[in-house]
Design a protein around this ligand. Structure first.
Ligand code: GCU
Length: 666
């Protein structure tokens, strides 16, 4: 028997019930020569067999034998939107209505999901259309096989500067399609070395093959682009976006690219950020850079996704006026409306960098005339490296539900990034992905809940974090009710627990520089990265009010007023916006310093609770998975203890104020 080299994640369907039918396929307006439809049928066949033991006849064959019908019907009215589906079970079988091939595929995955979650095939029912037009994964995979901020092994796309294509590639596409992902950027935003050559003869054939595999599962392939390509792979000495030679170089290049990669969705660009080249070098604006590329790609229907992660990363820590949090808004707000219609700005959820707690970026909704999409990170760079359990969907929900106050009625981040606010069709969500070539794809088996969850949430932003967790558990482990409840509660508690034992009340960082795992309270305090906590013997926090850096004023008034006032500011963000004395009384009646001590003792203790809960599932979780996660919990507990003791000792030594409860602080 062939040994299984990688898991099937949530597509490893377990028997739901013993079915006794034979399924017959009926196609109305679709044909199985449509490759995405063919794959939808393949998935149905494979899934229904595993879930019910039932088989499916080849389309159009042995008609009399078929007992139940799977009917795929093209919707010829507006009732089913682009990429949406309507599935309905009945005594006859299941009807899938969709207006395009992707809708069929998503509909079939929805059927299988509902059966895995407890319905019989004939009971399935759902009408769904994607909340977001773009639902993307961003790989930070390098061509040497390493992954920037990767915690699950090496890349499964690249090895030693070559592109890998094997059965795993197809499985990856299947997993992504099953959660509604329709775009994947395969290479790191920091485009260096061999990756600059992805748009040359050296790699076209392989990239084209990859794009076909993706396309067959309804996914468009995108590449991260080196803005300095005219210099690095061309023979120009400039990449000034307004230079005629540069524009003409790009025109020729784009023509060649689309001849060789006709399925390419477009490019993701990190420019003028953390040392990457960009238009600023030539005194040009971000819009000049993005629009030039957008214009040359336009004839081919491609888009330019331009990242807003632009800030001064050579700050002097003595300078308290410069505020990294301000940078995105400062660089991009003035150019609102100047971006061409096939440009979309990709904005990280917070103004800093994927911390466990940050306010929502004021650019989201701050821009009112520009296509924009939300970027989140499911790779747990600052949230535990897929060692510590940290289910991130509650965090993403908070971001999506946030009222920006950009307009009446349609002002949440979910409204903005779905295109509802502006009525634009180029909008969506992207996640920095957490996969690698580990057997279980995500290092920690439980981190797959974030992978699954992001896809489901980007497809349907109304789903709750709990609903998503329950689905993932049912699909992945199919546990008895009580045990499923234990695991669900673990996931839902995990983010708050991680927050409790790490940096307090929105201040962020305090991580080991470079690697970003484990505590180093002053690790970034005197560095150039603009990520300071400003603790002294009296207090801690960054004054971002109108008397400080003025960052709070970047929000619309309702939010600006709230954040500006320490009494009104949500306490979980208190230290992000204010420099607060240790003796400040929080709403609980505790002083700030006592809150820091208590939350760190609690957080560590609750992490032990998570590990104990996992232990209680030993008999119902497959041993391999159980052991892998157990080992992660051992490391998490060590980490939580270090965080607790280092943070508490640091603040005790700074403030000289003892813990009221007299616990051990060093
Ligand atoms: C963070 C991360 C980098 C990454 C960058 C980005 O700073 O640490 O590794 O390149 O974000 O989003 O571009």
């Amino acid at each position: 028997m062939e040994t299984k080299k990688w898991t099937q994640l949530w597509l490893d369907y377990k028997k739901a019930y013993d079915g006794e039918g034979i399924w017959k396929i009926v196609l109305n307006g679709f044909t199985d020569s449509q490759v995405v439809v063919a794959n939808a049928l393949y998935e149905f066949r494979r899934g229904i067999k595993a879930l019910t033991g039932e088989s499916v006849l080849e389309a159009g064959k042995d008609e009399e034998q078929g007992k139940k019908l799977l009917t795929l019907t093209i919707s010829n009215n507006d009732s089913v939107s682009k990429e949406g589906y309507h599935i309905q079970g009945s005594d006859e079988g299941i009807l899938v209505e969709a207006s395009d091939e992707r809708g069929v595929l998503y509909g079939v995955f929805a059927i299988l999901r509902q059966i895995a979650c407890g319905k019989s095939a004939l009971e399935v029912s759902e009408a769904s259309s994607p909340s977001n037009p773009l639902r993307m994964m961003n790989h930070w995979d390098n061509m040497d096989g390493s992954i920037e901020r990767g915690y699950s092994g090496e890349s499964f796309f690249f090895e030693k500067d070559e592109i890998i294509i094997n059965d795993r590639t197809r499985d990856y596409a299947r997993f992504m399609a099953s959660i509604g992902i329709n775009g994947v950027v395969i290479n790191n935003v920091n485009v260096k070395a061999a990756a600059s050559y992805l748009i040359t003869d050296r790699y076209y054939d392989q990239v084209a093959r990859l794009s076909e595999i993706f396309n067959d599962y309804g996914i468009s392939l995108y590449l991260s682009l080196n803005f300095a390509s005219p210099i690095e792979i061309g023979d120009l000495d400039t990449c000034d976006p307004l230079d005629k030679k540069v524009i003409s170089w790009w025109k020729d290049k784009m023509k060649e690219i689309y001849e060789r990669l006709p399925l390419l969705g477009g490019f993701l660009v990190k420019a003028d950020s953390e040392g990457r080249p960009g238009p600023f070098t030539y005194g040009r604006t971000q819009a000049d850079g993005a629009n030039m590329l957008a214009d040359v790609i336009k004839p081919y229907g491609g888009i330019i996704i331009w990242r807003c992660f632009v800030y001064n990363c050579t700050q002097d820590w003595r300078d308290t006026k410069t505020d990294r949090a301000r940078a995105g808004y400062d660089y991009f707000k003035d150019l609102d409306g100047a971006y061409h219609d096939n440009v979309i700005l990709q904005i990280k959820n917070g103004p800093m960098d994927f911390q466990i707690r940050e306010p929502v970026s004021p650019l989201l909704g701050g821009l009112q005339h520009t296509n924009q999409m939300l970027e989140v990170q499911i790779a747990q760079e600052y949230t535990g490296h897929q060692i510590d359990l940290c289910y991130l969907i509650p965090l993403f929900k908070e971001v999506l539900d946030f009222h920006t106050h950009c307009c009446e009625g349609k002002d949440t981040v979910a409204d903005v990034v779905s295109g509802r606010t502006m009525g634009n069709s180029l909008a969506g969500m992207a996640a920095v992905i957490n996969t690698g070539n580990d057997a279980n794809w995500t290092g920690n088996d439980l981190a797959a809940a974030n992978l699954y969850g992001f896809g489901r949430l980007s497809f349907d932003t109304d789903l709750s974090a709990e609903e998503i967790a329950k689905e993932w558990i049912a699909l992945t482990y199919k546990l008895p009710e009580k045990e499923a409840g234990v695991l669900c509660s673990m996931l839902l508690r995990s983010r708050e627990i991680y927050e409790k034992y790490t940096s307090p009340l929105g201040i962020g960082w305090m991580v080991t520089p470079g690697d970003h795992y484990g505590p180093s309270i002053d690790g970034y305090e005197y560095s150039r990265w603009g990520t300071y906590h400003r603790a002294d013997h009296l207090g801690i926090g960054v004054d971002r009010t109108d008397k400080g850096t003025g960052y709070a004023q970047q929000y619309y008034e309702e939010n600006a007023v709230m954040y500006n006032d320490p009494e009104k500011c949500p306490e979980e963000l208190l230290l992000f916006f204010h420099h607060i004395p240790y003796t400040w009384k929080l709403k609980t009646g505790k002083t700030l310093i006592q809150h820091i001590y208590d939350s760190h003792f609690e957080g560590e203790e609750q992490a032990r609770g998570l590990a104990a809960d996992w232990e209680s599932l030993k008999d119902v979780i497959p041993a391999v998975s159980f052991d892998r996660v157990k080992e992660r919990f051992e490391r998490q507990l060590y980490n939580a203890r270090e965080w607790r003791d280092q943070v508490n000792s640091y603040f005790y030594r700074k403030s000289g104020i003892a813990d009221e409860k007299g616990r051990t602080i060093y």
